[in-house]
Write a protein that binds this ligand. Structure first.
Ligand SMILES: [Fe+2]
Length: 343
């Protein structure tokens, strides 16, 4: 009898100790993810040899999912710092803001980048103000009937103000359209879609490319005079577009498989997307648990391929302010250096 009671008391103490250790670990993980990891801004760098032989290297800065609030001083400072990377091209895959008041703050923080050649696709958080959500919903089946969001919701954030800010110095708006721009010795042909997560994507028709190129202006840049002056070091001094190699790039916020397939079928040589936040909470040794779309979890963050085409999914610069935490997944921008293929 005595032995039995002793075992029971020992098991109880062990369970209490285990529960206590679990609570301490959970509290530490919460403090880390909410107050430390979320500020560990990082530049992830890769090199890709996909340019035609003889082409000069091209640095592409990929931004995504800033979910910026006006009081996020460290994120704003990091955005300003990115100009020091001197990218030839900036690709922004959306979810830039988390409030209307964030738009002028964002525009000021990335102003030097806006003066460089760039292009963007919008995300749902550029259109709709954030609200509190049950984090478990990411593990559940999407309850929305097909087409619901497209049919029934109008943006409640000032989308046109954001669009005007991003295009103010010549960035291309790739909302269900194509555009082209010239870098030194290279013509970049871009195709983009509106946010697939909201089922707003309508893939542009192939013949739209000609109209977009004409629309971009006689020299194919489509930049304002200010951007033209600022981009002198990266723009072409070559002959007409037909005389230089082309690089075809697909851009979307959410990397749904139907959109990635459409980019590949369209001839994309490089694809950019965001939306996943790299899984936001990653398990060491396991990686992302969710992607919030139908992309495989192994591709939730970083450089991979889709049907043989390089795909860069940004882990993102932030998160919804109501779930502003990240674990084993520092906020990031990506710098891709494209180099010529080896002969
Ligand atoms: Fe996002």
């Amino acid at each position: 009898m005595t032995r039995t009671r002793s075992r029971g008391a020992g098991a109880g103490r062990a369970a209490l100790a285990l529960a206590g250790a679990g609570a301490v670990a959970a509290a530490a993980a919460h403090v880390w993810s909410r107050h430390i990891e979320i500020h560990r801004f990082t530049v992830r760098e890769h090199e890709l040899r996909i340019l035609p032989p003889g082409t000069r290297p091209v640095r592409i800065l990929h931004l995504s999912d800033a979910h910026l609030m006006p009081d996020q001083a460290r994120k704003i400072a990091f955005l300003r710092h990115l100009e020091t990377l001197k990218p030839h091209l900036v690709i922004d895959t959306g979810d830039n803001i988390a409030s209307a008041a964030s738009i002028p703050v964002l525009a000021d923080a990335i102003d030097p980048l806006l003066h460089r050649p760039g292009a963007f696709a919008m995300g749902s958080n550029d259109m709709f103000a954030p609200h509190r959500k049950n984090p478990l919903r990411y593990f559940l089946r999407d309850p929305r009937p097909e087409g619901f969001t497209k049919r029934h919701r109008e943006p409640d954030l000032p989308l046109d103000s954001l669009r005007n800010a991003l295009t103010s110095h010549g960035w291309k708006d790739l909302t269900n359209t194509r555009a082209s721009l010239r870098l030194t010795g290279l013509q970049v042909d871009l195709v983009g879609v509106d946010d697939p997560h909201l089922e707003r994507d309508v893939f542009p028709a192939p013949d739209a490319a000609r109209g977009a190129q004409q629309d971009a202006g006689a020299d194919g840049t489509g930049r304002t005079p200010a951007a033209e002056a600022a981009a002198t070091s990266t723009r072409a001094d070559d002959g007409p577009a037909a005389d230089v190699p082309h690089l075809r790039i697909g851009v979307a916020h959410a990397p749904y498989q139907r959109v990635l397939d459409a980019f590949v079928d369209d001839g994309a040589q490089l694809i950019f997307a965001g939306h996943t936040h790299g899984g936001q909470l990653r398990m060491p040794g396991v990686g992302a648990l969710v992607t919030n779309c139908d992309l495989p979890r192994a591709q939730a963050r970083g450089l991979s391929t889709w049907r043989g085409v390089p795909l860069n999914v940004s882990g993102g610069l932030g998160a919804n302010p109501y779930s502003n935490f990240r674990f084993a997944n520092p906020p990031e921008a990506t710098l891709l250096t494209l180099r010529p293929q080896r002969r």
